[in-house]
Design a protein around this ligand. Structure first.
Ligand code: IPM
Ligand code: MN
Length: 355
């Protein structure tokens, strides 16, 4: 037997378990073909467990995750649980505790996928967003005073250390070089208003670029203009690096131009530690248990996971199988309930195409 990997499986809430089930199905086929062994270790953290036990994610679980090779996550979010509890208690806790400081979100339109943008095809939409993943507004600094009075004050601060900005920007430059497409790294921020944080990002982007990556073109765009260009000329972009909240927002738009949440995958990466891979759409409670949700995003997240653990060939095989499934014309739409096939059937189709 070849290489063996321990994968923590967190199917989570809503349709999470269904899509992760299909991802595991496809990954097992790829593992078999490429002579690796994936041991999936199941954890039931999520809304249901929280409702029963009041527990979101204990510290002991974090310690167990640190010993895994990767984490494969379905979705977190439950209609009966107040917003924030599971997101902060599970998803953000994991990102922070495991120091997954990069959120990698490819925006790629595969052949055979309908694009909502007029006159745009796969040759126009192929870029990647490097979202800083543990800092900024998500750090949670700030507070509330005089709550419930007309003078109530609330703040949530955008906080960045140079260290955080540097490691994120350096990762993005390295990725741009490795990708070797346009060799252009676009910093996205809002320097015309956020003169403190924006300036820090601009200087770091320039200093690291000048010193360590003279072969990579330096580019800058304001975040509001970026949303416009995603629609108008997405072909402009190669790699984008941006702070946490801007990255959160623009990648939802990115997901739409690549065909929707049904296909959008992401990785929460700690380049020196344990990373976590997930479809970026939510738990979609209304589709739960109906075999109608699209598993392709979860399958693509699985391919990203294979790449991350060093199984490049198996990763490409899964990605190519997704591409072939889409080209086959058997999947009518990427939207839940409109695929013309069930969740399981899409999983079967992709699994059958892994070469
Ligand atoms: C995402 C999600 C999360 C985020 C939420 C659920 C905390 O929107 O992964 O993009 O804001 O990062
Ligand atoms: Mn988001």
């Amino acid at each position: 037997m070849g290489r063996t990997y321990e994968i923590a499986l967190l199917p989570g809430d809503g349709t999470g378990p269904e899509v992760i089930g299909e991802g595991v199905k496809v990954l097992k086929v790829a593992a078999e073909k490429y002579g690796l062994k994936l041991n999936f270790n199941h954890y039931d953290f999520g809304g249901e467990r929280y409702k029963k036990t009041g527990e979101t994610l204990p510290d002991s679980a974090i310690e167990e995750f640190k010993k895994q090779d990767a984490i494969y996550l379905g979705a977190i979010g439950h209609p009966d649980v107040k917003p924030g509890i599971l997101e902060l208690g599970i998803l953000l806790k994991l990102r922070f505790a495991l120091d997954q400081y990069i959120n990698l979100r490819p925006v790629k339109l595969y052949e055979g996928v309908g694009c909502p943008l007029k006159d745009k095809g796969p040759e126009h939409i192929d870029f990647i967003v490097v979202r800083e993943n543990t800092g900024g507004i998500y750090t949670g600094q700030g507070g509330v005073a005089k709550k419930g009075t007309p003078n109530e004050i609330a703040s949530q601060l955008m906080v960045y250390s140079r260290f955080e900005v540097e490691r994120c920007v350096r990762y993005a430059y390295q990725l741009t070089r490795k990708r070797n497409k346009k060799n252009m790294l676009t910093l996205v921020h809002k320097t015309n208003v956020l003169t403190n944080c924006g300036d820090l990002w601009v200087r770091v982007h320039k200093e690291i670029g000048d010193k360590e990556f003279p072969d990579i073109m330096q580019d800058y765009a304001h975040v509001d203009a970026t949303t416009m260009w995603f629609i108008k000329n997405p072909e402009y972009f190669d790699v984008i690096v941006t702070e946490n909240m801007f990255g959160d927002i623009i990648t939802d738009l990115g997901a739409m131009i690549q065909g929707g949440m049904g296909i959008a995958a992401g990785g929460n990466i700690n380049p020196e530690g344990v990373s976590m891979f997930e479809p970026i759409g939510g738990s979609a409670p209304k589709y739960t248990g109906k075999n109608v949700i699209n598993p392709l995003a979860a399958i693509c997240a699985g391919a990203m996971m294979l790449e991350n653990i060093g199984e490049e060939k198996a990763a490409r095989a899964v990605e190519n199988a997704v591409q072939d499934a889409l080209k086959s014309g058997k999947i009518k739409s990427l939207s839940a309930g409109k695929m013309g096939l069930g969740t399981k059937e899409v999983g079967d189709l992709v699994a059958s195409l892994v070469k």
